[in-house]
Design a protein around this ligand. Structure first.
Ligand SMILES: NC(=O)c1ccc[n+]([C@@H]2O[C@H](COP(=O)([O-])OP(=O)(O)OC[C@H]3O[C@@H](n4cnc5c(N)ncnc54)[C@H](OP(=O)(O)O)[C@@H]3O)[C@@H](O)[C@H]2O)c1
Length: 341
């Protein structure tokens, strides 16, 4: 069994990682840490009662180092800016350790982008080139297999890249792309803040950080650096899920060429489900699936796509990356449908 520790276990990322891993045939979760909570994990995450007997491990620097030495893989499920400081010590202390970071701290290869997009100077720029961006479907599968450090993609970024990847890879994008990405409230994490807690989100809808969201540089980098993307995220009054609508100029490409780009590039992807009509958000919830529809139009393709932000947008992708890093079946622990409603 692969031994895994999860740092940041009271948050949604830690919670969802544990939910997926208690059903994984090849992984044992040995510890879920918290700075603030003690006692049984199932008291905090009651849907996991009966599936885990873990209690929270009180996190300190010494505990992190011990967990790094006693486990095969450590997940960082903490806010941006934390793993950039804490993670390098673990890599140094445990030479065999693999790390999967859910935050944005190792997603951008160029350290000069961190002050502009994340408002901090990266404390370990030398490590950025060693991190692999963990989106298997988009040309990263082999790199993830060999990686010690995987930077798990952002939720909006995953959805946007997956919507554009076939056309980008085949060089079919002929101009600026427009993307509208709509997320549920769990995208803001477990701690309520002004603007993200229930009374503000319920029955409300708004755009935020138009054209300047921090996921934009990883989207552009993952697509090869040349694609221009105008990206506007929105927050919607549901809890889980992300829905993307992308408008992609495709020049003279025929309708068949556009459809064939997606059918061909994603033909063997176990988690991508092509649909003839725009996807329902709820069909992907609780899964690692990518539900996608491409509609060719007048020199334009409209791509609609839905993922679970906590699944393919975060913990599902992280488990998929673990499977690749340790030579397991890529779908292990992830091969189940959602609830559908
Ligand atoms: N939510 C999503 O849809 C989503 C999708 C993709 C990626 N991500 C990224 O994944 C990471 C985890 O997201 P999340 O939604 O699980 O966040 P979250 O619900 O806010 O949980 C983060 C956890 O980190 C712990 N923590 C450790 N050091 C901390 C610090 N200095 N400040 C605040 N909390 C600290 C906290 O637990 P204790 O207080 O118990 O220690 C907290 O419960 C973030 O970087 C996020 O941007 C999130």
């Amino acid at each position: 069994m692969i031994r895994a520790a999860i740092l940041g276990g009271t948050g949604y990322g830690g919670m969802e990682l544990l939910r997926l891993l208690v059903g994984h045939p090849g992984v044992e979760v040995t510890a879920l840490t918290s700075r603030s909570e003690e006692g049984p994990v199932a008291d905090r995450h009651p849907h996991l009662a009966g599936f885990t007997r873990l209690s929270f491990t009180k996190e300190t620097e010494d505990v992190r180092l011990r967990l790094a030495q006693e486990n095969d893989v450590v997940f960082f499920a903490k806010p941006h800016g934390v793993s950039a400081s804490e993670l390098p010590g673990l890599l140094a202390a445990a030479p065999e350790l693999r790390i999967i970071d859910l935050s944005g701290d190792f997603r951008l290869p160029d350290p000069s982008q961190y002050p502009a997009w994340y408002a901090y100077e990266h404390p370990h720029p030398e490590l950025l080139a060693t991190a692999e961006y963990g989106l298997a479907e988009c040309g990263q599968r082999d790199a993830v297999r060999g990686a010690r450090l995987v930077a798990n993609p952002g939720c909006h970024a995953s959805a946007t890249i997956l919507a554009l990847w076939p056309l980008a890879r085949l060089g079919m994008i002929q101009g600026r792309v427009s993307v509208v990405s709509v997320t549920g409230s769990s995208g803001s994490g477990a701690r309520p803040k002004q603007g993200t807690h229930h009374p503000e989100r319920f029955s409300n809808f708004k755009a935020y950080r138009p054209l300047h969201h921090q996921h934009l540089p990883e989207v552009i980098h993952a697509l090869g650096g040349d694609t221009r993307v105008d990206f506007v995220p929105h927050s919607a009054p549901f809890s889980r899920g992300i829905h993307v609508t992308a408008f992609v100029p495709v020049g003279d490409a025929s309708d068949d060429d556009v459809r064939q780009a997606y059918a061909g590039v994603y033909a063997d992807e176990p988690f991508v489900r092509m649909h003839g009509v725009p996807p329902d958000l709820r069909a992907c919830l609780g899964t690692n699936c990518v539900d996608l529809c491409v509609t060719p139009g007048d020199r334009m393709a409209c791509v609609t796509l839905a993922i679970d932000n906590l699944g393919k947008g975060m913990a599902g992708s992280a488990v998929q990356n673990l499977n690749l890093m340790f030579g397991l079946d890529e779908t292990a622990g992830l091969d189940r449908p959602g609830a559908g409603l």
